[in-house]
Design a protein around this ligand. Sequence first.
Ligand SMILES: Cc1ncc(COP(=O)(O)O)c(C=O)c1O
Length: 472
Amino acid sequence: MTENGLPAQGIAWEIEEYLDLNGNHLRINGADSLDLAASYGTPLFVVSAPRIRQNIARLLEARRYHQRLKLCYASKANNLQGVLRVVREAGCDVEVNSGGELFRALRAGFHPDQIEMNGISKTEEELAEAIEAGIYTINLDSPFELELVEKVAARVGKRANVTVRLVAGVGTRSHAGLQTALYTSKFGVSPSQAREMMLRALERPELINLAGLHIHVGSQTPDPEPYVEAFAAMWDHLLWLHGQTGHRLQHINIGGGIPVNYLRDRSQAEEISEDERIMLGASLTAAEMMEQTLKAVRSTALDAGAVSLLDDLEIVMEPGRAVIADAVTLLTTVRNSKFRPETGEEWLLTDAGYNLMLSMVMYHWYYQTVNASRAAEPHTARYRMAGPLCDGGDVYFDLHGGHHLPDCRLLPEGTKVGEVIAMLNTGAYTISQMTAYNGRPFPATLLVESDGTIEVIRRRDSYEDLLLNETW
Ligand SMILES: Cc1ncc(COP(=O)(O)O)c(C=O)c1O
């Protein structure tokens, strides 16, 4: 057995006591996926509570390198109340990105101290809600936002905890749209403005508690170096501020981006371009990231006589996909098939498309396909696959032939209409980004427990729900 509970041999997608076989069927924490599909219909999201807990426990191993580590689950990755509850009970705090996510987090039982807020265009109302609640911190995205928070704090009559979100010109090997610490990105405050902004934040201590610094280098970051660079930039600012004013920042937030290995099964890895392969198959852990990051900073802290500043610091991390991506399986049924004589290709048309997996078209995200009805059989036959939407872009491959995704998916010979396909690792940026395009009601979501308990945490929408809030 390897670390992460993966089998050393056997079916590559198997995860001990989580994803395995029930005869020829895919089983999820003991539940037969075909029974789930038959009882609840497809498309159907199935969330594994034990896997969420395992993922959080693994992330918390980073405490080996710094005990004062605060883990704030990036709820944008999947903000269902049932998921937030499991996350909270597993000892993880939460990151929110809007008034709506703040509302969700509070409703899910998080204490205000456990909540930090990001956001690039926060409204005064959202800021007022955060300040009134008394959350851990609000990450400020510009000098303008500092003025806004001061104004709102004065109106609310309560002091606001704030953090300066830096952008430090740090690149990663992820998608351009998932890199958020470049000067060309829309996020954060430039170093040339941050120092003045921090001094400005100290001018009204009755309204503003300048609590920390933040950088999020981006999502699915395969290497430790960007984190090392980002932390060093924040540390430099922290030391400067301390030297100038004596002010001790309470935390440094190193952001999210710990990657998920979407290519545990390498059977189609070679069909994806090299850049994507490196990114999607990344295995960097939070502990490795923290070890390397702190090794670099500790020596500068020693030189600067600032070891106590480092030891007293709370380090915040905001992982999203590393908590939830591989804890969810999307079950979809093949509803149509066809043979195209001109190209010699077999097509399978499912009931789940980019309405449920937006990243598949936006970033050519790879989700592994397993025939849940015949999971034990060799997956060697090639099929063009596509979703149900009336949009030629709703396909499981790279429409532009750029090999960002495999052209065909490998499934058992003779895969046919009525069989259930499992899309693995579909927990992050799927449910929270789904749309009802083409009049397709949102699917149900189940939460499975290791003792066999199955809970519906989101009911399937009805046709009536499609009309919700329309006035005519
Ligand atoms: C500010 C911030 N923090 C954390 C995250 C979570 O990233 P990930 O899901 O890759 O861990 C995101 C998402 O990109 C983000 O924008």
